[in-house]
Design a protein around this ligand. Structure first.
Ligand SMILES: Nc1nc2c(ncn2[C@@H]2O[C@H](COP(=O)(O)OP(=O)(O)OP(=O)(O)O)[C@@H](O)[C@H]2O)c(=O)[nH]1
Ligand SMILES: [Mg+2]
Length: 460
């Protein structure tokens, strides 16, 4: 797939709603001939005489044959998503009708849109910058409140505006320093080195914060990895099933039932958690179970959160303290979850309440107190910062450019410290400008564009 400039003159068409049967389907056209092409097959009124942002009832006909009764919405350039003429045709949602309409338009000269081509045109026509265009894709794929928030804030400008502002101030310094170079031997200084340092340090802080936010961004997109760990038979698989409300993992009274890990997503309070049920932790001579145990230990290291689950009827304070000690050394946040409260003796419960008052008592089998467990999980991961509209980088491409920007900014600073000559400072500044420009799309290459828009779905 490539985007040559001549493609840009085509009028493109695609189904904008999902494939399959629905009450209505929306077919979208964009391009300079969009209205004229529609006029050729639409009967009701002359679309060429209508105003932008109006809706018209009529029929779509292929020669004598009526295909469907439809509503046609008009968006006249530049007042549309792509800034081109856009027509949206709402038909009845049968795949037969959709296919007939698409075929008819293609016969008349429209071209099937490539994935993301509508958004690509919007970008090329200056509707928004590249980071915002990518956010459109994220927004469509967002399936939780937090990932939706992150995509929306990026699409509406997010960190682009801040980066653009700092970048334009850096451009100013670059030109000043290059002017100094023009004056050669004469000892003039147009650009204050102290002001340059202050600006670079500020940029560095912004860039570093964005780099840090990438880890959080990933969590939002892919779910918080949460491992349920504990001895065999503690009830880990039972807890996973109870949280999922389905019988996903096999539960049995045989210790060592789960050998490989099983995972699934659960939405708690608008945040996606990826729960991972693991093989119970114990010394074992069974080869396969031993592999499972070592995988559990691996999973625990990469988790954002561990639910340490124990059976109140099959442990004691000594064992619990030993496990907690190990967990504290691992450094991953964890919750102490005591299971099988329905058949527990009160001695251990009282000891726990005294020594570990933050223990959560549940019965996975009876689904008791799971709401409190969920509430405590939410508090522990503390995702509040996602809700306050802080900027979060969720895109690998942005992350790469940010890391390169950081390196080149550090080069500017060390250049200033070591009083290197102007031409080198100017080069480092140019390099920083380049990487910053890559994020917002002020600097693009064909490869880059192609890669980004390939990940969109057709019709967007
Ligand atoms: N009474 C009672 N029994 C429970 C509870 N939760 C789980 N069980 C029982 O405990 C046994 C073990 O449960 P599992 O969920 O398979 O335990 P596990 O931790 O996944 O065990 P492994 O996969 O072998 O490591 C099963 O017989 C469950 O029915 C509970 O809250 N109360
Ligand atoms: Mg299990």
């Amino acid at each position: 797939m490539s985007f040559s400039l001549s493609d840009q003159n085509d009028t493109i068409i695609a189904l904008a709603t999902p494939q399959g049967v629905g009450a209505i389907a929306v077919i979208r056209l964009s391009g300079k001939d969009a209205i004229q092409l529609t006029n050729e097959v639409f009967f009701g009124k002359n679309l060429a005489n209508q105003e932008s942002h109006t809706i018209h009832f009529g029929t779509i006909r292929d020669g004598e044959k009526i295909i469907d009764e439809v509503l046609v919405s008009l968006f006249i350039a530049p007042k549309s998503f792509t800034k081109e003429n856009v027509v949206e045709i709402s038909t009845h949602g049968s795949s037969y009708i959709i296919n007939q309409v698409l075929k008819l338009f293609i016969r008349k000269g429209a071209r099937p849109a490539k994935p993301g081509e509508f958004t690509q045109r919007a970008f090329l026509n200056g509707q928004f910058d590249l980071a915002q265009a990518e956010a459109v894709a994220d927004l469509i794929h967002a399936d939780s409140e937090t990932s939706h928030q992150a995509a929306l804030s990026q699409m509406r400008g997010g960190f682009s505006s801040e980066i653009q502002e700092l970048r334009s101030r850096l451009i100013h310094f670059a030109s000043m320093i290059e002017l100094e170079l023009d004056f050669g031997e004469e000892d003039v200084e147009f650009a204050s080195r102290e002001e340059l340092r202050t600006l670079v340090e500020r940029l560095l802080r912004v860039v570093e914060e964005l780099i840090l936010s990438f880890d959080l961004g990933n969590v939002i997109k892919n779910g918080v990895p949460t491992v349920i760990a504990g001895k065999p038979n503690a009830g880990k698989s039972t807890l996973l099933n109870a949280l999922l409300n389905e019988e996903k993992a096999i539960v049995s009274e045989i210790a060592g039932t789960t050998r490989d890990f099983i995972e699934d997503e659960i939405n708690i309070g608008g945040v996606i958690f990826r729960f991972i049920d693991t093989a119970g932790l114990r010394e074992t001579t069974d080869v396969i179970e031993a592999i499972g145990v070592s995988r559990t230990q691996e999973k625990m290291k990469t988790a954002s959160l561990i639910l340490y689950l124990f059976d109140l009827g099959d442990t004691d304070l000594f064992e619990i303290n030993r496990d907690i000690n190990k967990l504290e050394n691992q450094g991953v946040p964890f919750l102490k979850v005591a299971n099988k409260i329905d058949k527990a003796n009160s001695l251990l419960i009282n000891e726990l309440k005294e020594q570990h008052p933050d223990t959560i008592f549940i019965s996975a089998g009876q689904k008791d107190n799971l709401e409190e467990l969920k509430a405590r999980i939410l508090v522990l991961v503390n995702l509040d910062k996602f809700r306050t509209g802080n900027t979060i980088v969720t895109n690998v491409r942005h992350y790469d450019s940010l890391v390169k920007t950081r390196e080149s900014l550090l080069d500017i600073l060390s250049g200033l410290d070591n009083q290197i000559t102007n031409d080198f400072v100017a080069m480092d500044i140019r390099r920083s400008l380049h990487f910053l420009g890559e994020i917002t799309g002020e600097i693009t290459t064909d490869d880059l564009l192609e890669n980004i828009f390939r990940n969109f779905c057709i019709g967007k």
